[in-house]
Design a protein around this ligand. Structure first.
Ligand code: THU
Length: 162
């Protein structure tokens, strides 16, 4: 019997107009991400991104985007931070990641959404550590907080398919 279903993805997220409304540790995460954006090597795009990862052991690991004259050889801030965190603490789960950006040295007012490749890594990390983590996209006038990183990538590819 032919059958057709109408489905829907839904997820909730929080929106704030100030980092002061986040819990203390997450405020610290946002300010570390902002500091770290200054260290970006964004020679080609002039778009500097800072990411800060909060681990279950309370440690905060940061990363910034690192570009290359051969453009695809560069890496996003989120993955620099997550890969470094996992290479230092391979057994420790991620609790949250905060992301901020500057364009031509000026902080973005709007939150910057992680790219698709970073989202794919988020999915892998949630599966790897068997727990979801929070994504905080922090712009100057708006902060978005999503409790489960993989919500950002519906129909994602996971190891179950292999
Ligand atoms: N970029 C990040 O680091 N994270 C994102 O979520 C979006 C994009 C970097 C990659 C590249 O160096 C620059 O921003 C412009 O795309």
């Amino acid at each position: 019997m032919p059958d057709k279903n109408q489905n829907r993805f839904q997820f909730s997220f929080e929106e704030f107009n100030s980092a002061d409304l986040l819990q203390e540790k997450e405020q610290e995460l946002v300010s570390k991400a902002k500091e770290t954006a200054e260290t970006a090597y964004a020679k080609y795009s002039k778009f500097s991104v800072g990411a800060a990862v909060l681990l279950e052991n309370g440690k905060i690991i940061t990363g910034s985007n690192q570009e290359n004259a051969a453009y695809p050889s560069g890496l996003c801030a989120e993955r620099v931070a997550l890969f470094y965190a996992a290479s230092q603490y391979p057994e420790v789960a991620v609790q949250a990641i905060a992301v901020t950006a500057l364009k031509d040295q000026i902080p973005l007012e709007e939150p910057v959404p992680p790219c698709g490749s970073c989202r794919q890594v988020f999915v892998e990390w949630e599966k790897r550590f068997q727990q979801p983590f929070t994504v905080i996209m922090a712009g100057g006038k708006k902060i978005i907080r999503i409790e489960k990183a993989s919500w950002l990538l519906p129909f994602n590819f996971q190891s179950d398919f292999l």
